[in-house]
Design a protein around this ligand. Structure first.
Ligand SMILES: Cc1cc2nc3c(=O)[nH]c(=O)nc-3n(C[C@H](O)[C@H](O)[C@H](O)COP(=O)(O)OP(=O)(O)OC[C@H]3O[C@@H](n4cnc5c(N)ncnc54)[C@H](O)[C@@H]3O)c2cc1C
Ligand code: FES
Length: 278
């Protein structure tokens, strides 16, 4: 049998759950056992037969051979995916890249910061932490979006907000209409929530969001006393092969698909363009 890192393996779509306009949670039944070992922050290449591939973050742990992906319909591949039905199959290859540093996080206080669709990889991280709660210290989740209708994982946040061992702050720049199920939303940005949250220099930070968010979030974290050693960023670079061959993701001397997408900020200091342009 031919074996190649570029060959996708089949995954069957079990359910497609709408989360917000143009955003679905895809629950996939995996046929390849190696896919079950995805770590938070890693990504896979999703293939729609006859159309093409795109990189997508791992959004959950693997339970009973299933994987969840949170996908926004933006272009060719994702539009073709949204036309699929439950029971259809697609291809996956991976997992690829370096995820969040779970061993380094052990025993530490953590703040997870997500902007918009950046909540997808951050969700796999909080799920891992909650599955292994005793291994970690305090947990704060901060999530921001432009418009309240784009709030993803509403039902899950409602449950998280009831827990006593986590603090959750959610903010939208515009809030409109009643949210169902209702979650406690504040008017503002991620940086406003950061100012409210009880974070000190003992925390480690994990960040994923739109490019514009990074430098403001980093500034707030610096003001809370975090060093660049304690800040980890997931950078969504334009990627193609996912395995360091095509060069699409090469920036500042690094293949983002191999060395990232998660980077420690102190390792990026000689690569300011990575933060500015990611
Ligand atoms: C590590 C990583 C993780 C990711 N994780 C996720 C995830 O979890 N969920 C998710 O939804 N996405 C994720 N993405 C982003 C996703 O891979 C991209 O959005 C991808 O391009 C979608 O593929 P597509 O073929 O549907 O879109 P494309 O056709 O490649 O289009 C992408 C963008 O380009 C624009 N575009 C396309 N064609 C044109 C044109 N002719 N002129 C002008 N603009 C155009 C589209 O409007 C769109 O904004 C991730 C990316 C990376 C690198
Ligand atoms: S995506 Fe091809 S080299 Fe990184």
């Amino acid at each position: 049998m031919i074996s190649s890192p570029f060959l996708p393996t089949k995954a069957t779509i079990r359910s497609m759950i709408p989360l917000a306009p143009d955003n679905y949670l895809f629950q996939l039944q995996l046929s390849d056992a190696s896919m079950r070992n995805c770590r938070p922050g890693q990504f896979i290449e999703l293939w729609v037969p006859g159309v093409g591939e795109c990189p997508i973050s791992v959004c959950s742990g693997s339970v009973d051979g299933m994987m969840e992906l949170c996908i926004r319909q933006v272009g060719r591949v994702t539009t073709a995916l949204f036309q699929k039905q439950e029971g259809d199959w697609i291809g996956l290859r991976g997992p690829y890249g370096e995820g969040f540093p779970l061993d380094e996080y052990k025993g530490k206080d953590l703040v997870l910061i997500a902007g918009g669709l950046g909540v997808a990889p951050i969700r796999s991280l909080w799920q891992y932490i909650l599955d292994n709660r005793d291994d970690f210290g305090k947990l704060i989740i901060i999530y921001g979006m432009r418009h309240s209708i784009d709030l993803l994982f509403r039902a899950e946040f409602k449950i998280l907000m009831r827990r006593r061992d986590i603090e959750v702050y959610i903010a939208a720049e515009e809030i409109e209409g009643p949210a169902l199920p209702p979650v406690s939303l504040q008017l503002g940005r991620v940086t406003d929530m950061l100012r409210l949250a009880p974070i000190d220099d003992n925390f480690q930070a994990a960040i994923c969001g739109p490019p514009v968010m990074y430098k403001y979030v980093i500034k707030e974290l610096e003001e809370k006393g975090l060093t660049h050693q304690s800040i980890w960023l997931s950078l969504e670079r334009h990627m193609k092969c996912g395995v360091g061959k095509c060069g699409h993701c090469f920036v500042g001397g690094q293949f983002t698909c191999r060395k990232g997408p998660v980077f420690r900020l102190s390792d990026l200091e000689f690569l300011p363009e990575v933060i500015e342009c990611s």
